[in-house]
Design a protein around this ligand. Structure first.
Ligand code: PHE
Length: 357
């Protein structure tokens, strides 16, 4: 057995190993349990002591030398592999971005954002309330007593009667949140309430679930002029028509007195609706001065505080602004519809654009 021969054979193999796997094979072939060097060392057992000592030292030295050579070769190969990966896997940050499928904002969400921004700029905050309501909040406190015909008009979804005879309901409008807000904190109030409402009704212009936004402003001197100014400013900002004609038409709600509906000017010439032009009128919301009895019902003194409320259908104003013909399509979750009528994220064309034009 020639130790020099083994040495040069393995040193050469180590130097020749082009990658870490090959290098490891060399290591196993030389120093592994069944490696050549290990075998030779085992063979020392059969030698006489003198020979064994000299040969043993020589083999041990060779073993250390090869191990060191493998380690340093390993460092070189690992560095080379890292270099190669860095070269191959480099990201070109200047390459054009890959197209990602993009979601759309539903027109209802978009319009709620727009309303929030417009009324937010006027100092309103957003309030919310539950969709399952008590009879008291939805009707009684709003001056709609038990046998009032308005209850029939609301096509209410009721829950089964409880033992005490009371029954919960799905709120038929966002007005119960007026009651909740006024019972929760002392006046003044300046809030809007966007949310879902429910009525037992279904045709081209009615769905059993729809959205409203409520508004409530109560302070010591809030009067009808504030109601008019606020709602006309809102309509002009929302429809983005600075000189939008507006009129308040007398109406009736049990919870406001006087009550009115706001109409905006439009034209329907050639079957095409154009907002802000022509001599026709289009109803967009209900409003009025909050009835003193409603204030009494929530413990607000009507000789000290007064103000106005309004409510409008969100689908309705969305359809008018964005030319969406059929209410029912809002809730069909048809992606083609959403791609067509939906909005890109962060596109809120409201006050800034509406008022500066
Ligand atoms: N709650 C009324 C409705 O649903 C709208 C309204 C709200 C009217 C507030 C006046 C004041 O029809």
């Amino acid at each position: 057995m020639n130790i020099d021969h083994l040495r040069s054979e393995f040193l050469e193999a180590i130097a020749d190993a082009g990658d870490l796997d090959t290098l490891d094979q060399v290591r196993v072939a030389a120093l592994g349990k069944k490696g050549r060097l290990t075998e030779q060392m085992r063979a020392l057992a059969g030698m006489d002591p003198e020979q064994r000592k000299a040969a043993g030292q020589a083999f041990n030295a060779l073993k250390d030398e090869l191990a060191a050579a493998i380690e340093s070769r390993k460092a070189v190969l690992a560095a080379a592999r890292l270099e190669a990966r860095l070269r191959e896997e480099r990201i070109d940050v200047t390459a054009p971005a890959r197209f990602e499928a993009e979601g759309r904002i539903h027109p209802i969400s978009q319009v709620i954002d727009e309303l929030t921004e417009i009324f937010g700029d006027m100092g309103f905050t957003v309030a919310e309330g539950p969709e399952i309501e008590t009879d008291f909040n939805n009707f009684t406190a709003l001056n709609i007593p038990e046998e009032h015909p308005a209850r029939q008009m609301h096509d209410t979804f009721y829950f089964p009667e409880k033992e005490d005879g009371s029954r919960l309901l799905l709120r038929t409008h966002t007005s119960p949140v007026q009651i909740r807000a006024m019972m929760a904190a002392p006046p003044p109030y300046r809030l809007i309430v966007p949310g879902r409402t429910y009525r037992y009704d279904y045709d081209i212009t009615h769905t059993p679930m729809f959205h409203q936004v409520e508004g409530l402003v109560i302070d010591r001197t809030t009067h009808m002029g504030h109601l008019k100014g606020c709602l006309i400013d809102f309509a002009r900002a929302f429809f983005e028509v600075d000189d939008l004609p507006a009129r308040f038409r007398p109406s009736y709600f049990p919870f406001t007195e006087p009550s009115a509906e706001l109409d905006i000017g439009c034209s329907r010439e050639g079957g095409e609706l154009r907002i802000g032009a022509g001599s026709d009128w289009l109803e967009i919301l209900g409003c009025g001065m909050v009835h003193p009895r409603v204030l009494e019902n929530v413990g607000v003194d009507p000789t000290e505080y007064q103000g106005f409320a309004f409510g409008m259908g969100i689908e309705r104003i969305a359809m008018l602004k964005y030319g969406i013909p059929d209410l029912r399509t809002f809730f069909e979750s048809d992606l083609r519809w959403l791609r067509h009528y939906g909005f890109a994220a962060l596109d809120i064309p409201t006050l800034a654009r509406g008022m500066t034009r």
